[in-house]
Design a protein around this ligand. Structure first.
Ligand SMILES: Nc1nc2c(ncn2[C@@H]2O[C@H](COP(=O)(O)OP(=O)(O)O)[C@@H](O)[C@H]2O)c(=O)[nH]1
Ligand SMILES: [Mg+2]
Length: 245
């Protein structure tokens, strides 16, 4: 019988030193069940564009600018309903790896949607979008991607400017602010809807294989549980020579 593995515990530690560090080990990713579907949404973009604050804002609807951006948190679990269907969302946030200008391929693995972030107050973060988008497409050629320009609260005039990257790559684009909440809920709700649509219609080969494997897991979990004696009989019994028709 398949062993049921309990999700690893979230370990939270904080220190009273000037930089407050919360360390959280990743849980097992959510998987589909009979009454729920699970999706993975990733956030991409340069360091300090506000990826973590945007996710926090959406999940907690609160913004704490005094927090240090030293979170090692990588996976936020969120449960919601879309058209009456229970959806388990895993929001993946970087844990600072983006400073090395590349994410490990496991970050992209099985992602269903991406929120690509730049900082409207720092031009270089806009320039680097091409790099992040290319890396995303190498791993996930077809998943929906939403582009957001964050920190518009610093200077709302920026919303009058046009940003070509979205148009050039046919991406939906939103101005957002993790600080005042502009468009944050909208963007993450859209990412969930897009991820579900992608998952339902995906013809990605790896996705197909994963679905097959998950279906096999489901089947094995409904196998009758045998007693020790029954298992022993099964193990030692000769294969039957007659075939029932
Ligand atoms: N003014 C302003 N600052 C923000 C906003 N979002 C994030 N920040 C600040 O930008 C810095 C980096 O944010 P963080 O979420 O850690 O960026 P990450 O490295 O992309 O995850 C922090 O000091 C935040 O307080 C925003 O919408 N407006
Ligand atoms: Mg972060």
């Amino acid at each position: 019988m398949a062993e049921v593995v309990a999700p690893s515990k979230i370990v939270v530690s904080s220190s009273k030193s000037s930089s407050r560090v919360l360390k959280v080990t990743a849980e097992e990713p959510s998987t589909d069940s009979k009454d729920s579907t699970s999706i993975k949404v990733i956030c991409l973009g340069d360091s300090a564009v506000g990826k973590s604050k945007l996710i926090e804002r959406f999940l907690e609807d609160q913004y704490k600018p005094q927090r240090q951006s030293t979170f090692a948190l990588t996976l936020y679990k969120y449960e919601t309903k879309v058209k009456g269907q229970k959806v388990l969302v895993d929001f993946w946030d970087t844990a600072g790896q983006e400073r090395f200008n590349s994410m490990h391929s496991s970050y992209y693995h099985q992602a269903h949607a991406c929120v690509l972030v730049f900082d409207t107050t720092r031009k270089v973060t806009y320039k680097n979008l091409g790099h992040w988008y290319e890396e995303l497409r190498q791993h996930r050629p077809d998943i929906p991607c939403i582009l957001v320009g964050n920190k518009i609260d610093v200077d709302y005039q920026v919303t009058k400017r046009s940003f070509k990257f979205a148009r050039a790559n046919h991406l939906p684009f939103f101005f957002v602010s993790a600080s005042d909440g502009t468009n944050v809920v909208k963007v993450f709700r859209e990412s969930i809807k897009a991820a579900l649509l992608y998952k339902d219609s995906s013809t990605d080969f790896l996705d197909e294989v994963m679905r097959e494997l998950e279906a096999m897991d489901d089947l094995s979990s409904v196998q009758p549980v045998l007693t020790k004696e029954e298992s022993a009989i099964n193990e030692h019994s000769e294969p039957s020579s007659s075939i029932d028709t």
